[in-house]
Every structure is written in C-alpha cells, then in structure tokens.
Design a protein around this ligand. Structure first.
Ligand code: ZN
Length: 246
C-alpha cells in the first residue's frame, strides 16, 4: 500500500491543496498527517477541515496544542507568537474540537508516526543533528519512524541492532531504498513552511513494505498565500520566508 506522509501545514491552505492533488496523482492510498495544522498561516480552519476530510490518521503538533491553550508558548520566537495571537482570534470551535481529538504517536505496520520525536513525544524535542537522530533510534521498534517538526526533510538509516556500530547513512533523497538490516528515521519536511531553501511544499511517499521512501516537492501559488498573510497584517518576516523557503 502506498502511504503519503505529510506534516507542518501551518495554516497554508494553498500548499495543502496542492499536496493533496499531488497525492491523488501519485495514487496515494493512505494519508498520514504528522501535525502542526495551524500556526503561521491565515487558513487554520480550512486546513483543519481538509486534513479531517482527507487524512486517514492525524497526529498532534506543538502549534496545535498551543492553539488549544493546553500549553504556553515559551519556546516560540516573536513571529510565531504574533501568528499564534492571530490564530487564537480566528480558530473555530469545530477546529478546536478536531485538534483536541488528535494523539501524539501511533504505530501502523512497519511505521511509527509522531510529530516531533519518539523520545517523549509530548516534550516536543527537536531532532536537529545526528546525535539527536541516533538517540531517537532507541525509542521506536518498527523498521521506520516518520517525524516532522523541524521543517527540514532528511532521512537517517542505521544498522538495525546498534545504530552506533557503523556510520549512519544520511540522505535528502529524492529516493531511498533501505537495506534489509537498516532502521530508518525520516523527517518528511513541511507542507506549509519549508525551511531547507526550497520553497516548494514537501512530503513523503512510502511503500508499506518499507522497500522505498521518496521525498516529493510540490509547487503551489506562494503569491496568493503571501497576499492573504499581508492582508491579515501578519509579520513581514513570516510572509517573506515562504518565498525563500527558510
Ligand atoms: Zn511546525
């Protein structure tokens, strides 16, 4: 079965619609959302409705949780805080109810899915370097684990028994075919706010048998998203970073 795994939409409905169309054309059979549906962009309710309608599973992200006011945003920068203030004023009851229903982590077949890290998922650790990735390998038992959160697509593959035994493989794709003795940690990148200097939406295609994983980039109408953000008076930094992909 073909999986489409996507994360970090952040209220960017143009990017989400483009990714959903792209999944359709790639014949995706099961759609998994890794969270952060809201925050930054100006269409949180539209994004939540689309994810609810089109994803088979959706997990909770840290911005979703802050949007629900279930935790405070101490680690947000001033731009994220400004966008969250906007989000609080515009979140519908229906969206809140949907976000409240999301769970932190789940396993399905060969895959584990979680927003930030399998290491204590509710603490929102950032896996930002190889040490962090190697630590995470001790916290999932399936052959592969898919995460989001940093908005930077990358894949790390290691020896199944002991990730510290041999030098891990690091790949940014586009296609990776795991060897039979490998365990894989995949950051699927971000739909609505890519930060790897490629401004196209990013998501992952994977076969349920674990034989291959592909990073897919999808173009969308960035100008339209930026215009809508300007109209709502969101910080210019957030508007401009979408065009730069960082
Ligand atoms: Zn995010």
């Amino acid at each position: 079965m073909l999986y489409g795994i996507f994360s970090d939409i952040h209220g960017n409905v143009q990017a989400l619609e483009a990714v959903l169309r792209s999944m359709e054309s790639r014949k995706v059979e099961r759609r998994i959302c890794l969270g952060d549906i809201v925050g930054y962009g100006v269409n949180p309710n539209e994004c939540a409705a689309l994810v609810k309608a089109h994803s088979d599973v959706c997990l909770l992200g840290n911005h979703d949780n802050v949007a629900l006011k279930r935790e405070v945003y101490t680690d947000f920068n001033i731009y994220a805080k400004a966008a969250m203030e906007w989000t609080w004023q515009h979140l519908s009851d229906e969206t809140k109810e949907y976000l409240r229903s999301l769970q932190y982590i789940m396993e399905e077949g060969n895959f584990t899915f979680v927003h930030s890290s399998p290491v204590s998922p509710a603490d929102w650790h950032y896996i930002a370097d190889l040490d962090g990735a190697l630590e995470a390998f001790g916290y999932f038992s399936t052959p592969s684990c898919f995460i989001g959160h940093t908005h930077s697509p990358v894949l790390v593959a290691t020896n199944k028994k002991d990730p510290y035994e041999e030098i891990p493989v690091i790949s940014d794709g586009p296609l990776y075919r795991p060897k039979s003795n490998e365990k894989i940690l995949v950051n699927v990148g971000s739909v609505g706010q890519p930060r790897d200097r490629d401004n196209r939406a990013c998501w992952c295609l994977a076969d349920s048998d674990g034989s291959w994983i592909e990073f897919v980039r999808t173009e969308y109408d960035i100008d339209r998203t930026q215009d809508a953000m300007r109209k709502e008076g969101l910080p210019l930094f957030l508007v401009e970073r979408l065009g730069l992909g960082r």
